[in-house]
Design a protein around this ligand. Structure first.
Ligand code: ADP
Ligand code: MG
Length: 608
């Protein structure tokens, strides 16, 4: 019997569709592009369950007549070109005429559409290769609803990620469109909640204000540059040297209004920030590049996301230089501002006495701290300036003798001969022992102590309710991502809740974190969640759990530069003494170091 069978058109279409549509965000992008091609000025997109259940895009564009509405689901049906010769002068996103056909092959599509001049609209349904069309009352424009993506390709559906991940990809796509088209009104609803609402604006900087939280927007700088000899101009907004993320999700490049993911563009951006922001951190940037279309190739990727340039070096240099210049300008402006705050000129001294940096403002900070301290419940472990190690379950010593039996001391604190000489460079505790000097790095040591403490008792860590709950701003996108991980914070004694669409509120924290920069910890976790996207849930949980503990220990530990009293130093040494893994901090740096007496004597030539 013959083994070769001709596949039905429907099956062929399904297979082909998989190449165009990989995930819900691709569908969203295609539908948004169609709305833009149809000259819409207002586009609203709604998704449910990460777009797996529903993606709906409503636009007020041209709409379609009966013939077009019928044809638009056919493969290679496009209104945008008739021959390939028209490609170079193309001004629309689409031209292949395969998006709707592909989407209809792998989902259940329903479409309402009406031309401005028509008195009546149309309702079209496309499912399993059959198209039905009937008259319907509806507003001018097009309203496309995609349901049950990959319902007929279970193998494919299995590869879709969980709701949060797919949602995040869609949000990212919508944000890119918001940046690419400042003059459009765009809205995004996620599971019934409005996450993005961006009425028309003029600039990318204004788009940043709309899309991102207020704090981020404050840190954005406008950029602009032209290389007319090479037919390139660029404009946009970038974050200053004081603002960065732990992942790349705040970076957008648009080339001739098309959102592209070009590795080289990203690299040029980071080069511009070289030595300005810490390693492993990423700026936020929305950069729109306009270039002579003859100097780019956009067809290198089937979804048109990749792009190659005829003069990649020029592009790289232009981006890098523009970023450098903007950062330098910003920095010199800031320095000037600070100089004028410290050295008021004679005339400003009398006329404007209220500069923000006054002793009075310090006094109010002191007052805040005092008030904050008053919120500590008396039953909780009193938080020492250097927090102590109170009872790890593994060793809950009552006497120093008991400690001795359970751990091998790096320094024998029970030994008579040990004396804390003092603190060196406000960082190292120097201990005199019979056989030499022992130096402890106060931060590394305390970090390890807290890390182990958090590991062993994170389920019943003493926490305090903040009298002044901390507000943390973050993008709606990050908030959505974080929401399903609030339990993780709770496990670590941090009660975190959404406050508004771009603000979180922290109600309580572990005692040790009371002075820690929670904003940074929260943003760090968001970054990890994004970077660790592809690991399985259990692994993700474990990794975040470890990282969170290390981060908490790092933030809560005494810092290099903190002056410690004799008692605090003694306490720290005592705690370190009973801490497991005490030879290194959670990042692997040593906590202590011995300078043997023998070596000292050799230096002084008392010994040979
Ligand atoms: P392409 O965009 O490459 O032409 P699509 O499959 O995305 O292919 O769309 C097919 C055709 O359907 C378009 O050329 C356009 O004429 C019509 N169309 C699709 N979406 C819309 C819309 N939102 N408004 C008006 N016409 C649309
Ligand atoms: Mg299209």
């Amino acid at each position: 019997m013959a083994k070769i069978k001709q596949l039905s058109l429907y099956e062929v279409q399904k297979i082909a569709a998989g190449q165009v549509v990989e995930r819900p965000a691709n569908v969203a992008k295609e539908l948004l592009e169609n709305a833009i091609d149809a000259k819409a000025t207002h586009i609203s997109i709604s998704i449910e369950d990460g777009g797996k259940q529903l993606i709906r895009v409503v636009d007020n564009g041209s709409g379609m007549d009966r013939e077009d509405a019928q044809l638009c689901f056919e493969k290679h049906a496009t209104s945008k070109i008739s021959t390939v010769d028209e490609l170079p002068s193309l001004t629309t996103f689409g031209f292949r005429g395969e998006a709707l056909a592909s989407i209809a092959a792998v989902s259940k599509v329903s479409l309402l559409t009406k031309e401005q001049s028509a008195t009546e609209g149309l309702h079209v349904t496309a499912q399993e290769g059959t198209i039905q069309i009937e008259p319907a009352g509806c507003p001018s424009g097009t309203d496309v609803t995609i349901r049950d993506l990959f319902y007929n390709m279970p193998a494919r559906a299995k590869f879709l990620k969980k709701r949060e991940t797919e949602t995040r990809h869609i949000i990212h796509t919508v944000q890119a469109m918001v940046f690419a088209y400042p003059h459009l009104h765009m809205q995004l609803f996620v599971d019934g909640k409005q996450l993005i609402n961006c009425p028309p604006q003029d600039t990318m900087l204004q788009r940043c204000v709309q899309l991102w939280d207020a704090t981020t927007a404050k840190h954005m700088l406008a950029i602009e540059a032209t290389r007319s000899d090479k037919g390139i101009s660029l404009c946009g907004a970038i974050s200053n040297h004081q603002w960065f993320r732990y992942d790349r999700s705040g970076i957008f490049f648009l080339v001739n209004n098309r959102w592209v993911t070009n590795i080289q563009l990203g690299r040029s951006l980071l080069k511009g920030y070289n030595n300005v922001i810490p390693h492993g951190r990423y700026p936020m940037a929305a950069i729109s590049i306009m270039i002579n279309p003859a100097l780019i190739d956009v067809n290198t990727h089937p979804r048109k996301e990749e792009i190659s340039f005829a003069h990649p070096r020029t592009m790289e240099q232009l981006i890098q230089e523009t970023i450098r210049k903007a950062l330098e300008q910003h920095l010199s402006k800031q320095i000037k501002k600070e100089v004028s705050l410290y050295q008021p000129t004679p005339n400003t001294r009398s006329s404007s006495p209220s500069v923000s940096f006054t002793p009075a403002s310090f006094a109010s900070v002191e007052k805040d701290i005092a008030l904050f301290k008053a919120t500590l419940p008396t039953t909780a472990t009193p938080a020492k300036t250097y927090a102590s190690f109170n009872g790890a379950p593994q060793s809950t010593p009552t006497t120093s003798q008991e400690k001795e039996t359970k751990t091998i001391p790096i320094i024998d604190t029970t030994q008579e001969a040990h004396t804390v000489i003092g603190q060196f460079a406000k960082t190292y505790i120097i201990i005199e022992q019979e056989d030499g000097l022992f130096l402890i790095d106060q931060h590394a040591a305390h970090e390890r102590i807290l890390y182990e403490q958090f590991s062993q008792q994170f389920h019943n860590m003493p926490t305090i309710n903040l009298m002044f709950p901390q507000m943390i701003s973050c993008s709606p996108e990050d908030l959505a991502l974080l929401e399903s991980h609030f339990g993780l914070f709770k496990e670590h004694g941090i009660t975190i809740e959404p406050f508004s669409k771009d603000q979180l509120i922290i109600q309580s924290t572990p005692v040790h974190l009371k002075n820690a920069p929670l904003q940074e910890i929260v943003h760090q976790v968001i970054g990890w969640l994004k970077e660790l996207n592809n690991v399985d849930k259990e692994q993700l949980h474990k990794t975040i759990h470890d990282k969170l503990r290390a981060q908490m220990a790092c933030k809560a530990a005494v810092k290099a530069g903190d002056i410690l009293t004799q008692t605090q130093m003694q306490e720290l040494i005592k705690d370190l003494h009973v801490t497991p893994n005490r030879f290194s901090c959670p990042h692997g740096r040593p906590t202590g170091w011995m300078l043997p007496l023998y070596d000292i004597e050799k230096k002084f030539r008392r010994k040979t």
